[in-house]
Ligand binder design. Structure first.
Ligand SMILES: [Zn+2]
Length: 294
């Protein structure tokens, strides 16, 4: 059963389970300016993202996608890791993380120094040709998009999730989207798993294998509303592994949690990392107060 929890309880959970399977979501990156899709009830708080089927099947959808991405990439491409990313990298450096499975496509766990990462939904900083399979850096495509569409470069729009931007009410028909530079005619797509698209099987299997080597699951900043991430919590619960979560608001796994912290990921993980580094961190606050003479 789920217990009301604070950072001391989370610290205790981490200490008792040295091999953690960590699942992260958008709540890890909101503090560094990357918006998320869902509210505290796990409901959509903005229009749902473009589906795989719409992107692949409709040229107008692709023009609109890349026009918005031209603006959204300016925020996404410059984002730096925040306290949740840094705390998880420190936890890995301390040898406590078997795998960090992230549903985020921003690459910020790797930027913070985490190495045992698996980007379940891919990376927005990479572009994939759907015809020849070539992968290329998103920055190169950005230069090409700007070169072909100089009139769009000066536009302003607020950042939206996953490198998107809120650009509406324009005629996207004139937006010029390049084809693959390698094969000449291939359709370019961000190397991320779109809504309506399946996660590649080898990624799911690599995650399942890591879960089998783990002792517990820690969810950070995710409502787990998307099945591709939720299934690992379900599998952990089925295998009898305890699951802890740090998330502000409801999660799809609330009924499966041994421990839940209703805090934002950055604040909670920073406190955890601080407590981890303190030899007296697990001493109850009242006793600690006596020890320090307060
Ligand atoms: Zn190609």
């Amino acid at each position: 059963m789920q217990a009301a929890a604070n950072v001391d309880a989370l610290l205790d959970f981490v200490r008792r389970h040295p091999r953690l399977f960590v699942i992260t979501g958008a709540g890890c990156s909101t503090e560094v300016g990357i918006p998320d899709y869902r509210d505290h009830n796990g409901e959509w708080k903005r229009p749902q993202p473009v589906t795989f089927q719409a992107f692949m099947g409709d040229e107008a959808t692709r023009r609109r996608y890349w026009a918005r991405s031209l603006l959204g990439w300016r925020v996404m491409g410059r984002a730096q890791p925040g306290s949740a990313h840094r705390a998880l990298a420190a936890l890995e450096a301390a040898g406590r993380i078997e795998l960090l499975l992230t549903q985020n496509v921003d690459g910020l766990h790797s930027a913070a120094g985490s190495q045992r990462t698996l980007d379940l939904h891919g990376r927005i900083d990479t572009v994939l040709c759907m015809d020849c399979g070539m992968r290329a850096p998103r920055t190169a495509l950005q230069h090409e998009l700007e070169r072909r569409n100089p009139g769009w470069v000066a536009l302003q729009a607020s950042a939206a999730p996953d490198g998107d931007a809120d650009l509406e009410g324009l005629d996207f028909g004139g937006f010029d989207v390049p084809s693959c530079a390698h094969c000449g005619n291939g359709l370019l797509k961000p190397d991320v798993v779109f809504f309506g698209e399946s996660v590649p099987r080898e990624r799911v299997e690599a995650a399942r294998a890591a879960l089998a080597r783990s002792q517990a699951v820690l969810v950070v900043g995710s409502s787990l509303m998307v099945y591709s991430g939720f299934r690992f919590v379900q599998a952990a619960a089925d295998a009898g592994l305890p699951v802890a979560a740090v998330n502000q608001g409801r999660t799809r796994a609330d009924g499966l949690l041994a421990l839940k912290l209703e805090q934002d990921a950055g604040t909670a993980l920073q406190a955890l990392a601080h407590a981890w580094a303190q030899p007296h961190a697990s001493v109850p606050a009242a006793v600690a107060g006596l020890v320090s003479g307060r």
